[in-house]
Write a protein that binds this ligand. Structure first.
Ligand code: ZN
Ligand code: FE
Length: 256
């Protein structure tokens, strides 16, 4: 199996575009299509030709480039079955537990409803990488627009169960704001305090904080830390169900 090459670049104001490349079969997929111009520039920089689009969910900042890129390249568009009617140009619908073979690389489809009802993540187990769209962010999680907090918690738990060494690519650079919020939820978490200062350094140099790893998120992301005594103490919820603790963290972020 060849290495899955991955190239990330900024799009719009705070989105990330990501290209993945299978050199053996000369295939290239764009994970979502936030903005055509930067995607085309990234393709030409790498000398790659677009053959696929893998959409995580229907929001415009993840699908707006679909139709133009398909018209120009004839690429195949893969997206979540439950919201296929909202994914422009979709060719192949995938659902929970299915595997999409991207060249020599198998992508397991994980349904992660909450941000949208049909949101999916693409998990490349052999490559130890997951593309989570707007479900999980570095130190954050997506706003719950269509689903319930309970659904979002279930979705996050599916991601938390992946191997900790998994590299996580998400849709946005929200990390600095997320870090400020995270410190209000778990101020005594030394790993979080250290990470927050690392993030401030990176952002002051204009560097990305994405991708991240699941291991780092499990140690520092307040949305994954409902079981942490420090979080429960701060929220005065040490008797609550973990899903309720998560919901309270999400509510506080919504109102922050
Ligand atoms: Zn979104
Ligand atoms: Fe988004």
């Amino acid at each position: 199996m060849s290495v899955l090459e991955i190239h990330q670049f900024p799009c719009l104001s705070d989105n990330y575009g990501v290209l993945i490349h299978d050199a053996e079969q000369n295939l290239t997929a764009s994970i979502d299509t936030p903005e055509v111009g930067p995607i085309e520039r990234a393709l030409s920089e790498k000398g790659w030709t677009l053959t696929h689009i893998l959409n995580t969910h229907h929001h415009g900042d993840h699908t707006d480039g679909n139709v133009e890129l398909k018209r120009k390249t004839g690429c195949t568009i893969v997206g979540p079955r439950p919201e296929a009617s909202k994914i422009p140009g979709i060719d192949i619908e995938v659902g929970d537990g299915e595997v999409y073979e991207f060249g020599g690389h198998a992508a397991q489809v994980i349904e992660t409803p909450g941000h949208t009802l049909g949101h999916i993540a693409y998990y490349f187990a052999q490559d130890e990488v997951v593309f989570v769209g707007d479900t999980l962010f570095a130190l954050g999680c997506g706003r719950v627009f269509e689903g319930t907090y309970e659904q979002m918690w279930d979705s996050l738990q599916k991601l938390m169960a992946l191997p900790p060494e998994t590299t996580v690519y998400c849709g946005h650079e929200y990390t600095q704001a997320n870090a400020n919020f995270a410190l209000t939820i778990e101020p005594d978490n030394a790993d979080l305090v250290a990470r927050a200062s690392d993030i401030a350094d990176k952002r002051s140099r204009g560097e990305p904080t994405v991708p991240t790893t699941l291991e780092l998120e499990l140690r520092t992301n307040p949305f994954l830390r409902a079981a942490s005594p420090g979080v429960q103490k701060e929220l005065r919820m040490d008797q609550a169900m973990l899903g309720e603790v998560f919901a309270e963290v999400r509510r506080r972020k919504d109102n922050a």
